[in-house]
Design a protein around this ligand. Structure first.
Ligand SMILES: [Zn+2]
Length: 305
């Protein structure tokens, strides 16, 4: 009984502390570039879209329809994932569409229309399948960031390009979903400005917030650097020649494409790559949220051009 009382007391104190922390820190999180507050905890990030999405995709919380997704490999689990992402996009005001490129495989996409008249598109995407684990880092984290941008970019006025938001199936089977999506947009003659994909963005053990930009063409690289400098982001942007993820499918189809990831080549990457331990509790939400903020500034800059 005494233990119970102490537990309750400590629980209440924790809640009070959490509320205080939120009130104190939330404005800087939402309105200004990166802030390095060593006192920040993951509690602070518990109200973001990326947190919600990672929680569901990594099997920590049920989907809207009451399913618990433990892996995202079987047809049934991938379908449950698609249904959840569809519902999430609808909640944000989108009209998502399925790209059923095979009877048992589907990409999901949606368009944020420009506020001016244009046929140009910027593509942002992430794969949602996993190798047969919770795939919190690989790649619930990337899906969470793309979904976060789907929200943030709607709040931006003066959009001179459309944004094509896409979640790829079957990356882990050899970039199958993105390959099929690249040929779909090519055949449909979409006028694509550039393609930006994200894969594994949840590990930052050295706490330097660094991001690797994979195969970034010079003009896109200078935009990422310019936004970083202009908005006062302190982290380093590394160049990487890594090709083993979705952006490769688009370059192969003739599009301008690049990728974002944690320090995958630079030695600060999840030790749980393609393992059972790639779970929710390894996700660094401070890193994820800061990356989402930076990336939305970059994509926001591009669509205002
Ligand atoms: Zn991946």
């Amino acid at each position: 009984m005494k233990t119970l009382f102490l537990l309750i007391l400590s629980f209440n104190l924790n809640l009070a502390f959490a509320r205080f922390e939120r009130t104190k820190s939330a404005p800087s999180l939402l309105n200004s570039p990166l802030s390095f507050d060593p006192g920040m905890t993951n509690l602070l990030y518990g109200e973001t879209i990326e947190y919600d999405v990672v929680k569901v995709l990594a099997g920590e919380q049920d989907t809207f329809s009451g399913h618990r997704i433990l892996e995202r490999r079987s047809v049934a689990e991938r379908l449950q994932t698609i249904q959840y992402l569809e519902a999430k996009l609808v909640e944000l005001g989108y009209s998502p569409q399925r790209h059923d490129y095979k009877s048992d495989a589907t990409n999901l996409w949606a368009v944020l229309h420009a506020s001016s008249s244009t046929n140009q598109y910027v593509v942002i995407g992430a794969h949602f399948d996993s190798v047969g684990n919770a795939g919190a880092n690989d790649n619930a984290s990337g899906v969470g960031v793309v979904m976060s941008l789907a929200k943030k970019l709607t709040e931006l006025s003066g959009r001179n390009k459309n944004v094509l938001i896409v979640f790829f199936d079957e990356e882990e089977r050899g970039l199958v979903g993105s390959k099929n999506f690249a040929s779909f947009i090519k055949t449909s003659k979409f006028n694509i400005h550039s393609v930006h994909t994200i894969d594994q963005m949840a590990w930052d053990k050295d706490k330097d917030q660094a991001i690797e930009l994979e195969k970034a063409p010079a003009d896109l690289m200078s935009i990422y650097q310019k936004v970083k400098t202009d908005r006062g982001y302190p982290m380093t942007l590394h160049s990487s020649s890594e090709t083993a993820t979705d952006h490769t499918s688009f370059r192969n189809a003739g599009f301008k494409a690049m990728g974002l990831t944690e320090e995958y080549r630079n030695g600060d990457t999840t030790p749980c790559y393609h393992s059972k331990c790639d779970k929710f509790d390894t996700v660094d939400f401070e890193y994820l949220t800061n990356t989402a903020k930076f990336w939305s500034d970059v994509i926001g800059y591009i669509i205002k051009l």
